[in-house]
Design a protein around this ligand. Structure first.
Ligand SMILES: [Zn+2]
Length: 254
């Protein structure tokens, strides 16, 4: 794309966002990849050769919670050096520039929280959270040190589990319902770094379109969602989102 065309594109998106009462952003693994976090398709490195179904399912946890916990701590250890990138920070800026903002993320790395986003729906949970298997109390995970014992709930003494959605588990009903409501009520939706054709990404984007929202895809590659979008920006999130924020701020002054 020529520079002029990119500028026009950013101004058009910025204009839509500024006029929206409610902006909804649907975020996938692409933005995390830009922070150096690999897409989790299955165990690698130390855990290579083990099936994800032995390490990240309710059945595995029931059978062998210690191994599941060790795998979780290994994944956490991969995250501790990772930082939010320009895309995460731009999403925080957009949230502060619009009256209502809902960030729906499929990522479990907690980088949106680290960047400072406030209204976040984590559809697949958060790897950096421990959750009680009995009373559902959530605590922020300690990131120092290796495995000693399985964490115990400070309230009810039951076993804690990683706060992510495992393979074969339902997504949080509360998060799904809130994401659905946001998709119905928003006037603009940004779909960033996700190519998912399965629920909920495609469903939420289609829902937003059906209810009249202006939909924008930000992804370096064409995806199955591209055809239902009003506009597609073929750039990484870390470049496109800051440019949109800049255009929003310029139109504010102009
Ligand atoms: Zn508990």
């Amino acid at each position: 794309m020529a520079a002029k065309a990119i500028d026009d594109c950013m101004v058009a998106v910025a204009d839509r966002l500024r006029r929206a009462q409610h902006v909804c952003c649907l975020i996938g693994a692409g933005i995390s990849a830009e922070s150096g976090i690999p897409t989790f398709r299955g165990p690698d490195g130390f855990w290579a050769g083990r099936s994800a179904f032995d390490l990240a399912t309710p059945e595995a946890f029931a059978r062998d919670p210690e191994t599941v916990w060790r795998f979780c701590l290994w994944r956490r250890s991969q995250l501790v050096t990772k930082r939010p990138n320009a895309g995460h920070h731009a999403l925080v800026a957009i949230e502060r520039l619009v009256p209502q903002f809902t960030l729906v993320t499929q990522n479990v790395d907690g980088l949106h929280r680290a960047a400072g986003s406030a209204n976040i729906l984590e559809l697949h949970g958060n790897l950096m959270v421990d959750r009680c298997t009995a009373c559902a109390l959530e605590t922020q995970a300690a990131t120092d040190g290796g495995f000693e014992t399985i964490p115990i709930c400070p309230e009810c003494r039951a076993m804690m589990r990683p706060g992510v959605v495992w393979f074969g588990e339902m997504l949080s009903l509360d998060a799904i319902q809130k994401a659905d409501a946001a998709a119905r009520s928003c006037q603009a939706m940004l779909v960033v770094g996700t190519s998912s054709v399965v629920h909920p990404a495609a469903g939420l984007a289609e829902m937003a379109r059906l209810h009249g929202a202006f939909t924008v895809e930000i992804n370096p590659e064409e995806t199955p969602l591209s055809r239902i979008m009003n506009m597609c920006i073929r750039m990484p999130a870390g470049e496109a989102l800051p440019a949109i924020v800049e255009a929003m701020n310029s139109s504010d002054r102009g």
